[in-house]
Every structure is written in structure tokens, then in C-alpha cells.
Design a protein around this ligand. Structure first.
Ligand SMILES: [Mn+2]
Length: 328
């Protein structure tokens, strides 16, 4: 089970072998795949004797601080490097302004599984069939360090676990399970990881869930649902945006709801919308209408407006696209 074409794999491995200094970067607001893939890749490259910097504009979220190598994350770029590895996103802008404007890298290698039209790196290992960037890292790891141990394994496992929604989403393929099996054989304990990632929530998170669920709105058709979160709600629960990860799955879990979104306030009158689909609606296309993007079942965009109206506007578009698709 291999996704990466042989010639691309050769190119990528040659670039890695040749480089002495390597920067690993991933998208802002890093998720389990961004963190796990970055750390697994960093630990492998360090084992090969490379000088590695793991850059992210944002800090490691609390749920992933247990991962081996988490302390490697820094928010400052070095002057230069031989190779920049961009993980879990294909556009430099997704990793933040500082990285997008950085001129320090000799060559760039992108490893990603998002659907994208814009392949900006010199070498692109981009396969949307991969359940997570972690799956592609696993494939490359087998070439570079076939005998990799628990420290790498638990990072890749966490990447795959979180991006497949604990192996529940439609991106969980036979190879997701085969890889997970191999990682467990290398010492990963599923319950231990699950406890760290899902069952070590700060009290504020549970309070936040209560407040966010209280904002629930359902569209006229009953097929779209939305929740929102504001700076005020974060302040009152002693939380921040890091704590709102995954809350959009609650409105999607309602019977009959096809598309859900969460609107998170990111500035005065400005919101980041995270869409989740049950499968019928391609939310990547929906988000693209608003200048965003993502996957078929998970996508996002930014919108300006006032809250109740903004939700109504998006509901109207979703309901229309659902009735159009039924009509066809
Ligand atoms: Mn991912």
C-alpha cells in the first residue's frame, strides 16, 4: 500500500539526504496531524544527523504537549536553511505571514493531503487519498529509518487518529488501519494516546462546550446547523480558540443535519467559519465560494458581518445548494 509515486519519492528523499539544515513548518492553529507529522518528521531527520528547526507561528495545543519532541516547536525562523519542509498544507500562506515572506530556504518540499490547485513547493508530495499527512510521513519514514521506534510511531499514530476522527471518518482506509496496526506493534498504546488527546480536557473546555451548544441554530430545511463562539464567551469560560477545536462536530451530529459550521470571532465583525459535512455536500466548494478551502467533509473560510445575519446568509446558501442537488 503505497501512495507516493516512485520518481517523486526518489526526488524527495534525495533532497532530504542532500540537506544539512532543515526547517519543518506547518499550518497556523496546528492540529494533531500538523503537530504529529512535524514531530515524527523532525525526529527521523534528527536521527539522520540533520540540523532541524520545527517552526510554527502558533504553540503546540495542550492536547498534544505529551508528544515526544513537542518541545522542539519554535515560533522563530532561522536565517537560512537548505530545505524547507511544508507539512499538512500546500501553500506557504497557510503557515502564516512570516513563513510566506521568508526568503531563507534553498529548496522546498511539501508533504500534504489537502486538495489544492496551487502546488507552491519545488517538490510536492501531495496526495488527497492519504488519510493524514502522517500517512505520507509513515511511507517516507519506512525509506529513511525503517526501524523507527515509539517516539516517531506515537506521533504518526496521533496524526492519523486525529485526522480520521478516531478512525470514524470516510478518509479512514484499509491502509489507515494497517499503518495504525504497525504503529501499535512499535509500542503505541491506543488507550494511553486517547486519554491524552481526548480525556484530559481542562474544565474550561467543558464549560465552553455548554456555552457554545447554547448558541445552536438550525436552518429552515433542518439540514444545516450552526454554533458560534465569541471573544466574550472565551473570556467568561477562561478559554481561547485552542479550546474550541472540534466543537463543530456537535451540530453535525444532529439527525438530519447534512452540513454544520461554527463561526468563531477573530476580530471585530470578523469570523472564521469551520464547515463539516456528513458527505452529501462538498464543503470545500462551499468554503471556496467565500474565498476559503479544505476537504470534501471539512473546510473553512473567513467572513465579515454581524452574527445572526451572517449565519442566516450561510444557511440560505446551504439550503439552496441542498435543494438544487435534490432537484438534479
Ligand atoms: Mn491533515
Amino acid at each position: 500500500m503505497s501512495l507516493i509515486e516512485a520518481d517523486k519519492k526518489t526526488l524527495a528523499l534525495a533532497a532530504v539526504q542532500k540537506a544539512e539544515t532543515i526547517v519543518i513548518a506547518s499550518h497556523v492553529d496546528p492540529d494533531g496531524d500538523a503537530v504529529g507529522s512535524s514531530l515524527a518528521w523532525a525526529l527521523i531527520l534528527k536521527k539522520l544527523g540533520k540540523q532541524v528547526v520545527v517552526y510554527n507561528q502558533d504553540a503546540v495545543p495542550y492536547s498534544y504537549e505529551f508528544l515526544p519532541g513537542a518541545e522542539l516547536f519554535v515560533d522563530r525562523l532561522p536565517e537560512t536553511c537548505d530545505l524547507l519542509c511544508l507539512l499538512d498544507c500546500s501553500e506557504f500562506e497557510r503557515a502564516g505571514k512570516a513563513l510566506a515572506e521568508w526568503q531563507g530556504c534553498g529548496q522546498s518540499l511539501c508533504i500534504d493531503h489537502h486538495l489544492t490547485a496551487d502546488l507552491a513547493a519545488d517538490i510536492n508530495i501531495v496526495y488527497s487519498q492519504a488519510c493524514a499527512t502522517g500517512e505520507l510521513i509513515y511511507e517516507l519514514a519506512l525509506c529513511l529509518e525503517p526501524d523507527f521506534k515509539f517516539d516517531v510511531a506515537v506521533n504518526i499514530y496521533t496524526a492519523i487518529l486525529t485526522d480520521t476522527g478516531s478512525f470514524r471518518y470516510s478518509n479512514a482506509t484499509p491502509s489507515s488501519f494497517v499503518i495504525a496496526g504497525d504503529l501499535v506493534a512499535r509500542g503505541v498504546e491506543p488507550w494511553s494516546v486517547a486519554q491524552q488527546v481526548y480525556e484530559s480536557q481542562p474544565l474550561g473546555r467543558i464549560k465552553l462546550i455548554g456555552r457554545v451548544l447554547d448558541t445552536l441554530q438550525i436552518s429552515t430545511s433542518g439540514k444545516a446547523a450552526a454554533v458560534w463562539v465569541t471573544e466574550k464567551i472565551f473570556a467568561e469560560t477562561g478559554t481561547n480558540s485552542e479550546y474550541s477545536d472540534g466543537l463543530v462536530n456537535y451540530p453535525r451530529s444532529i439527525a438530519g443535519v447534512e452540513v454544520a459550521f461554527m463561526a468563531r470571532e477573530i476580530g471585530p465583525g470578523e469570523y472564521k467559519l469551520s464547515f463539516r459535512s456528513r458527505g452529501t455536500v462538498n464543503v470545500a466548494a462551499l468554503a471556496a465560494e467565500f474565498g476559503g478551502g479544505g476537504h470534501h467533509n471539512a473546510a473553512g473560510c473567513r467572513l465579515q458581518g454581524r452574527l445572526p445575519e451572517l449565519i442566516e446568509q450561510v444557511f440560505t446558501i446551504i439550503d439552496k445548494s441542498l435543494s438544487d442537488s435534490v432537484g438534479k
